[in-house]
Design a protein around this ligand. Structure first.
Ligand SMILES: Cc1cc2nc3c(=O)[nH]c(=O)nc-3n(C[C@H](O)[C@H](O)[C@H](O)COP(=O)(O)OP(=O)(O)OC[C@H]3O[C@@H](n4cnc5c(N)ncnc54)[C@H](O)[C@@H]3O)c2cc1C
Length: 487
C-alpha cells in the first residue's frame, strides 16, 4: 500500500532522531462500503487504534479566505456558506451531488468493474445507484460546479478542494474521484492511526504473514518474464526468478511498460493511456521537529496554504501542504516538540544535472523559502524553532518510492472525460494485471485500495476462485476498451 508513508519513515531512520515522521493524512473511515482499509485490516485479523481527526484540512487562501473542513459535514457547509452567503443554493447543490455519488458508491458491494457477472448482479440489486454512477462517470467536478455556482472565488476554492485530491483543478478532476474524497472525510469521519500511518502497512503485512502469505522485502523486480506473449513470472535485480500463474504489478503503468517490459513494444492500450495522461509532478518534502511553543494553541493538524494568487495553485512550489500529526498524537515527538510534514509540488527536471554540493545547497535554499512563507502566513518564529530538518526532493521520491520521475500519479493531459479513459486492472498482456494509482479510479489511498479490491476480484475469477463467463468477459472487456478510445 502507500509507499509514501514508509518513505517518510525512511527519511528519519537509523535511530538518529526521536521523532517518528509520518504521512500527512488520516485515512481510516469507519463505516459504509468505502472503508476499504478498515475492511482490509479486518480481513487479516487486524484492527488499529485510532484517534478521531476533528478536521480534515484548514485552507489558507488568497484574499485571506480561511475555510476549515470540519469533521461534521453540517459544520463545514455552514462555514462555507457563511463565507459565500450569496451562493448558498449552489453550494448545497454541488456538494449534494457529491453525496448522491458517494452514497451510490457506498451502497454497492465494491468489486471488479471488469467482471460482468458481478456487474449484472449489482445492476439488478441497485439499478438507480448504478445508473447514477454511469451518468457521472464521464463528468468532471469543475463542470458540475459551474452549473450551480457563479462566484469566481468559490469556484477557485473548489479547484483547491480538488487539487489536494488530484493535483489538478476541478475542471480536470473526475466527479467520481472528487465525490469519494469530499464526502468520505465526513462520512464516519477521518481517523488517525496511533503511532503514525506507517502502522497501516505494518499491520497489513503482519496480518498477511499470519494468514500464511510470504512477503519478500528488498526484492527489486527488474523484468516481467514473458513466455509466448503471456506473463509467467518476474526477475529480481539479484537475478532470482519467480514463476506464477498471474503477475500483478503495483508499479505505475509507466514503470511497468517502460521499465519492466522495456523490450516489448508498447501495446495500443498503453499508448492510448499515455496519450490521455501525463505524469503529475513530484514533491519537495520537508520533515521538521520544532519547539512546541511556536504553534498557537488550537492549531489544526492539516493545512493547505496558497497565499496571494490563485494562478499559483498548480504551479511548482505554488501551494504548500502542511501536517502536524503531533497535534493528534503527541507520542510521535519528544515532550515539548511537534513534528511538521511540509510538502509542495516540484518537477524532477528542476533537480537533475546538479553536483552533490549544488543539490544539497538547492535543497536548503528551496526548503528555507517554503519555511519562510509558512512563518509569514502561519507561525511567526518558525525558522528559529527548528530542532531537526530533513529535506527530500523529487529525486528522493523517485528513489524511495520507485516511481517514474517520482511522479504523484497520472494527470490528464487535457480536459478528461471524467474517468472514462482510465484503464482498469487487466492489460493487453495475458496473465499481467496492473494495480494502483495509474489504474481506475486514480490516485489517493482510498482510490488505490479500491483498485486493489477490483484487481483481486478479477484475478480470482480468472484463476477459478470466483465464477466467470468467458463469453460475457470478452464482450465487456471489448466494450470497455472501445469506450476508452472515445475519451
Ligand atoms: C507526499 C505525498 C502526500 C500524499 N498525501 C495523500 C493524502 O493525504 N491522502 C491520500 O489519499 N493520498 C495521498 N497521497 C497519494 C497516495 O500516497 C498515493 O496515491 C498512493 O500511495 C499510491 O499507491 P500505489 O499503490 O499506486 O503506489 P505506491 O504507494 O507508490 O506503491 C507502489 C509499491 O510498489 C513497489 N514497487 C515499485 N516498483 C517496484 C519494483 N520494480 N520492484 C519491487 N517493488 C516495486 C514500491 O516500492 C511500492 O511499495 C500522497 C502522496 C504523496 C507522495
Amino acid at each position: 500500500m502507500t509507499n509514501s508513508a514508509n518513505c517518510h519513515m525512511l527519511l528519519a531512520n537509523g535511530g538518529r532522531h526521536a521523532c517518528v515522521f509520518t504521512f500527512r493524512c488520516s485515512l481510516l473511515s469507519n463505516s459504509g462500503n468505502l472503508n476499504l482499509i478498515t475492511q482490509a485490516l479486518e480481513a487479516v485479523g487486524r484492527k488499529m487504534e485510532v484517534l478521531p481527526d476533528p478536521s480534515t484540512v484548514h485552507f489558507h487562501l488568497p484574499g485571506d479566505l480561511s475555510v476549515l473542513v470540519h469533521r461534521k459535514y453540517e459544520d463545514f457547509i455552514n462555514e462555507l456558506i457563511s463565507k459565500f452567503p450569496h451562493e448558498k443554493e449552489g453550494i448545497l447543490k454541488f456538494y449534494g451531488i457529491c453525496w448522491k455519488i458517494f452514497n451510490s458508491l457506498n451502497s454497492l458491494e465494491l468489486k471488479s468493474l471488469e467482471e460482468p457477472l458481478y456487474l449484472f448482479g449489482q445492476f439488478f440489486q441497485k439499478p438507480l445507484e448504478c445508473l447514477t454512477l454511469a451518468y457521472y462517470l464521464p463528468q468532471n467536478a469543475g463542470d458540475i460546479a459551474r452549473q450551480f455556482i457563479k462566484d469566481q472565488e468559490l469556484l477557485s476554492f473548489i479547484d483547491a478542494e480538488c487539487f489536494i485530491v488530484s493535483t489538478v483543478n476541478a475542471l480536470q478532476t473526475p466527479m467520481i474521484n472528487a465525490s469519494m474524497v469530499l464526502c468520505d472525510r465526513h462520512f464516519g469521519g477521518i481517523n488517525y492511526p496511533v503511532g503514525g500511518v506507517g502502522g497501516i502497512a505494518t499491520s497489513l503485512a503482519d496480518g498477511l504473514v499470519e494468514k500464511g502469505s510470504e512477503i519478500r522485502y528488498k526484492a527489486n523486480v527488474t523484468n516481467v518474464l514473458l513466455e509466448n506473449g503471456k506473463a509467467v513470472g518476474v526477475r529480481l535485480s539479484n537475478g532470482k526468478e519467480f514463476f506464477a500463474k498471474t503477475v500483478i504489478s503495483n508499479a505505475t503503468r509507466w514503470d511497468t511498460f517502460g521499465k519492466l517490459l522495456k523490450d516489448k513494444e508498447l501495446p495500443e492500450e498503453e499508448k492510448n493511456f499515455q496519450k490521455n495522461y501525463v505524469k503529475a509532478p513530484s514533491f519537495l518534502s520537508i520533515h521538521m521537529g520544532v519547539k512546541a511553543s511556536v504553534l498557537p494553541a488550537g492549531t489544526d493538524c492539516h493545512h493547505f496554504v496558497l497565499e496571494d494568487d490563485w494562478n499559483n495553485l498548480e504551479k511548482p512550489y505554488g501551494s504548500i501542504f502542511l501536517s502536524i500529526p503531533t497535534v493528534l498524537d503527541p507520542s510521535l515527538a519528544p515532550e515539548g516538540h511537534h513534528i511538521l510534514h511540509i510538502f509542495t509540488t516540484a518537477g524532477i527536471e528542476d533537480w537533475e544535472g546538479l553536483s552533490r554540493k549544488e543539490y544539497e545547497e538547492k535543497k536548503e535554499v528551496v526548503a528555507n523559502e517554503i519555511i519562510r512563507r509558512l512563518e509569514k502566513k502561519l507561525f511567526p518564529g518558525l525558522q528559529d524553532s527548528i530542532v531537526l530538518k530533513e529535506v527530500g526532493s523529487p529525486k528522493t521520491h523517485r528513489r524511495f518510492l520507485a516511481r517514474n520521475d517520482g511522479t504523484y500519479g497520472p494527470m490528464p493531459r487535457g480536459k478528461p472525460k471524467g474517468l472514462l479513459a482510465m484503464p482498469f486492472n487487466t492489460t493487453s498482456i495475458d496473465g499481467l494485471y496492473c494495480v494502483g494509482d495509474s489504474c481506475f479510479p486514480g490516485q489517493g489511498v482510498i482510490a488505490v485500495a479500491f483498485s486493489g479490491i477490483m484487481c483481486a476480484h478479477r484475478v480470482a475469477a480468472d484463476v477459478g476462485l470466483e465464477q466467470k463467463s468467458p463469453v460475457l468477459d470478452a464482450g465487456l472487456l471489448g466494450l470497455l476498451r472501445w469506450l476508452r478510445t472515445l475519451a
